[in-house]
Write a protein that binds this ligand. Structure first.
Ligand SMILES: C[S@@+](CC[C@H](N)C(=O)[O-])C[C@H]1O[C@@H](n2cnc3c(N)ncnc32)[C@H](O)[C@@H]1O
Length: 259
């Protein structure tokens, strides 16, 4: 008589691979111990952890491009009720499996969604993580306008950027004075037609000035830089996005959101 070998954690991890998030499971097993970026995103979490309140009881949180849910689980451990969204069901399978491992299913919900679908989700979130997604989007400013409207309290935004931290003031120029646009510190985005770092899903890489300008333009105020290429933002009621005023019709058309 043959006995089936009991299923192990390693079997599950292997079946759910490949992993982009190195989750540390309760028994110490890691899902991607040989990650090319190191203990990812654990080292990124340690950069932002200090600017998020220790006690998130009663907070609603949104984790955009949640992948296997590393950040969602950290926020849930602090007491937040978390919605993690991702367009890729492969990663959501990992996230749902891991929620069971951590017994966090009651606090975390994962949904397969495009970031743009958030335009049709009711309500706002106290805390929004928008990390590692922006440069993967073909319509980044639309996404940022949508996400800014979903942010009631704070947003942590991370993207890859062009070299340099210069920020130039943006004066208004005559139509033929185009040289100004080439100046160091003018907000810019580089378009990636084929692939960047071997990845065909990378579309846009902004410079630091461009990131700040877009965040401001979406109605957000940058309050700090907790880590490399990470921006801590809050809604800025003194400078709301123009999509809430004169440009609202374009936003509504692009999102099919209606009023
Ligand atoms: C580079 S990973 C970042 C994962 C995680 N946020 C982090 O910082 O570690 C990008 C994630 O965003 C998801 N993603 C890419 N485009 C998306 C979109 N349009 N809507 C929702 N999720 C998207 C991918 O499936 C992937 O899980």
């Amino acid at each position: 008589m043959t006995h089936a070998k009991p299923r192990t954690l390693e079997d599950d991890i292997g079946e759910l691979s490949p992993w982009f998030h190195n989750l540390h499971l309760p028994d110490g097993t890691e899902t991607a111990p040989d990650h090319s970026l190191g203990d990812f995103p654990g080292f990124k979490w340690r950069e932002i952890a200090g600017c998020i309140p220790e006690d998130l009881t009663g907070w609603s949180a949104l984790d955009i491009g949640c992948n296997a849910g590393f950040y969602s689980f950290e926020l849930a451990r602090r007491g937040a009720r978390v919605l993690g969204i991702d367009c890729d069901s492969h990663y959501l399978d990992q996230a749902n499996w891991a929620a069971g491992q951590y017994a966090l299913q009651d606090l975390v919900e994962f949904r397969q969604m495009q970031v743009y679908d958030l335009a049709r989700v009711k309500g706002k979130f106290d805390l929004v993580l928008f990390m590692g997604v922006f440069y993967h989007l073909r319509y980044p400013m639309l996404a940022l306008d949508i996400v800014a409207q979903k942010t009631a309290g704070m947003m942590l935004f991370q993207t890859i950027t062009m070299p340099g931290r210069e920020v130039a003031g943006q004066a208004d120029f005559w139509i033929n004075e185009r040289d100004a646009l080439l100046g160091v510190g003018w907000p810019k985005m580089a378009f990636i037609e084929e692939r960047f770092a071997g990845d065909p899903t990378n579309w846009w890489i902004a410079n630091h000035a461009g990131v700040e300008a877009m965040l401001r333009s979406a109605g957000l105020k940058v309050a700090g830089y907790p880590g490399d290429e990470i921006y801590l933002c809050h809604p800025d009621p003194a400078h709301p996005s123009c999509m809430t005023t004169w440009n609202r019709s374009e936003f509504l058309s692009a999102t099919n959101a209606g009023e």
